[in-house]
Design a protein around this ligand. Structure first.
Ligand code: FPP
Length: 275
């Protein structure tokens, strides 16, 4: 479901790939960790401003399943920074009415990170102004593999029946299902790719790739991004951008056997009932 506030054009669900910390530091002759620390300050600014502007869900890619492949020292220091950040973010979130949640694997992160995370999740559970979701040891392939495992277990223990799946039912089983469909995906740092981030949720997201490095991202950059978002025409496959959208709405089937006959070697994917 599209969730844009029509009065302000503010996207309700925003996701950010915070890229460019390392380069920000290197350009200043500083160690890469100084860039990650400056990145954490940008998280503060952007979280506060997003909540103020009326965003309901902000999801930040803080550590990917692929980030374990960085040098051991950077990985260790990043987790230390994340733990320290969680400790001070908890009280801030409570004060700002923000609920903090996380998506991703918890079986590989340091125990102290799991403990802090669970504590902050518990303490901020009453926050209703905005949900700040940290993607920690998160990756889209893991998300889908874990979804498949949950289905396998559900079928085995009988909690999943033989009814056909629809997007809503699948989402309930998806580990990252707490993140609503993303309206606007921002990536800083100049690369134009989505890097295994929220493949389910970004299906109809507007994508914004910015050259700016993450530690330089501030309130003005967020407002500019929202302005650009409000200029985009979102049609969700329809002709009228104002038409309401329901994800996975069942469509009346047409007779089978009416598929167009594609030439040799040309295949088609999709719901053939629609043709
Ligand atoms: C990518 O920049 C960034 C990361 C892998 C880590 C993101 C972490 C933070 C912003 C720090 C704190 C986060 C929170 C939630 C408090 P990069 O290191 O790949 O930059 P580069 O491409 O310039 O090397």
């Amino acid at each position: 479901m599209s969730v844009t506030d029509p009065s302000t054009g503010t996207p309700k669900s925003v996701a950010i790939i915070m890229d460019g910390n390392g380069r920000w530091a290197e350009r200043r002759g500083l160690p890469r960790m100084a860039g990650h620390r400056a990145g954490a300050s940008a998280v503060d600014r952007v979280t506060e401003e997003a909540a103020r502007l009326g965003v309901e869900s902000l999801t930040l890619y803080a550590f990917s399943t692929e980030n374990w492949q960085r040098p051991r020292q950077e990985v260790d220091t990043l987790w230390k920074l994340l733990v320290r950040d969680l400790k001070r973010r908890g009280p801030k979130c409570i004060k700002q009415g923000i609920r903090l949640r996380a998506i991703g694997r918890r079986d590989r992160m340091p125990d102290v990170a799991v403990r802090e995370l669970e504590r902050v999740e518990r303490e901020t559970a009453g926050g209703t102004r905005m949900t700040l979701c940290l993607a920690l040891d998160y990756g889209g392939w893991w998300d889908f593999c874990e979804l498949a495992e949950r289905i396998r277990r559900g079928v085995r223990d009988g909690s999943i029946d033989g009814e056909p799946f629809d997007p809503e039912r699948l989402r309930e089983l998806l580990p990252s299902g707490i993140v609503p469909p993303v309206d606007l995906l921002i990536r800083t740092g100049g690369e134009s790719r989505v890097s295994n981030f929220l493949p389910w949720q970004i299906t109809y997201a507007e994508l914004l790739f910015l050259p700016m490095l993450w530690p330089d991202f501030d309130e003005t950059a967020l407002a500019d991004a929202f302005r650009e978002f409000s200029r985009r025409k979102r049609r969700f496959g329809r002709l009228d951008p104002r038409a309401p959208v329901a994800t996975g709405t069942p469509v009346a089937p047409v007779e089978s056997g009416t598929e167009s006959t594609a030439g040799p070697g040309i295949g088609a994917i999709g719901d053939r009932r629609l043709r």
